[in-house]
Design a protein around this ligand. Structure first.
Ligand SMILES: [Zn+2]
Length: 302
């Protein structure tokens, strides 16, 4: 074999090896794409409520049509140009009701606690008050309600809120009917609790007691999701869990999925300081918000 032929053979071998290597990459490429495509689906169920919603590209999210499978959906692909894509709006298409409990002045006129009931309660009671700060419950409820409204709207929800100023007069029946009339997908009532025992602390949920309540299961599911996320976001004790109530005007006149959070005890000096702190109120709202998102994600998963 001449030197020229040897060189020719060498080039042929090099070209063949290059082709083999290239087609090898191409073959590796295909399964990689499948992995990336499948990544969001596999990741979604494992996501926890707090970080999940912002990071998650959950397939159950009802707002946008499922985008074409793209590496952009993979959490590992964040440095790509698609990272600038508009964030998902997990609550798009949903109507969320917010009712910050109480108002600047109580209304002691009576109204029936349930349709057809002879038992009555104040149209709006005065609520509790900070044992250390002197701040009224309605002020905390409204501050958190407005923060929550903004977070929900940012996530695509249509938010209906019973009031945005403290000096109003809206009875508990009217608040319940407000949720009904707006056909809310979920109504959240915001309250703080009080106790004669100053050592009592912690947050808990109220839901309608009767299992005949329309959307009873949804009420319980939402209460669990919100309380869990609230505890995670605020560090407030949530061991008390859920209390089932038949004496709540705001439930008995309501026929939508509804739940009530007691965000803490204003009669406990430590919690009073927390609940009335503006920066802490952002955490409170964020926790409730995360719980609402987690609730709808749980519903989507069935
Ligand atoms: Zn209250």
């Amino acid at each position: 074999m001449t030197a020229r032929k040897k060189r020719g053979l060498f080039y042929i071998v090099v070209c063949a090896l290059s082709l083999a290597a290239f087609s090898g990459c191409a073959r590796q490429g295909s399964p990689q794409e499948v992995v990336i495509t499948a990544a969001p689906t596999a990741a979604a169920p494992a996501a926890t409520p707090t970080p999940a919603f912002m990071a998650s590209a959950s397939p159950g999210v009802p707002d946008e049509p499922s985008p074409a499978p793209s590496p952009a959906l993979s959490p590992a692909a964040s440095p790509t140009p698609a990272a600038t894509k508009k964030p998902k709006q997990p609550l798009s298409g949903l109507i969320i009701g917010v009712d910050p409990g109480h108002q600047a002045h109580a209304d002691r006129e009576q109204e029936p606690v349930a349709p057809g009931s002879s038992a009555t309660k104040n149209k709006v009671s005065s609520g509790t008050r900070g044992v250390k700060t002197g701040v009224y419950e309605y002020e905390v409820n409204l501050a958190v309600g407005l923060l929550l409204r903004d977070m929900l709207e940012e996530a695509g929800a249509t938010v209906v809120i019973t009031h945005t100023e403290a000096d109003v007069n809206i009875s508990n029946i009217e608040r319940a009917r407000f949720f009904n009339d707006n056909k809310v997908n979920l109504g959240v009532r915001l309250h703080c609790n009080g106790s004669e025992d100053k050592s009592v602390r912690g947050a808990f949920m109220l839901v309608p007691k009767s299992k005949d309540y329309p959307y009873y299961d949804d009420c319980v599911l939402a209460a669990k999701a919100i309380l869990k996320a609230y505890g995670e976001a605020t560090g407030i004790d949530v061991k008390k869990g859920i209390t089932y109530r038949s004496d709540q005007t705001g439930f008995n006149w309501c026929d939508r999925p509804v739940t009530n959070i007691e965000m803490g005890h204003m009669t406990n000096p430590d919690e009073d300081l927390l609940l009335t702190d503006e920066a802490f109120q952002v955490k409170m709202a964020r926790g409730i918000f995360n719980g609402i998102v987690a609730y709808f994600e749980a519903k989507d998963r069935g």
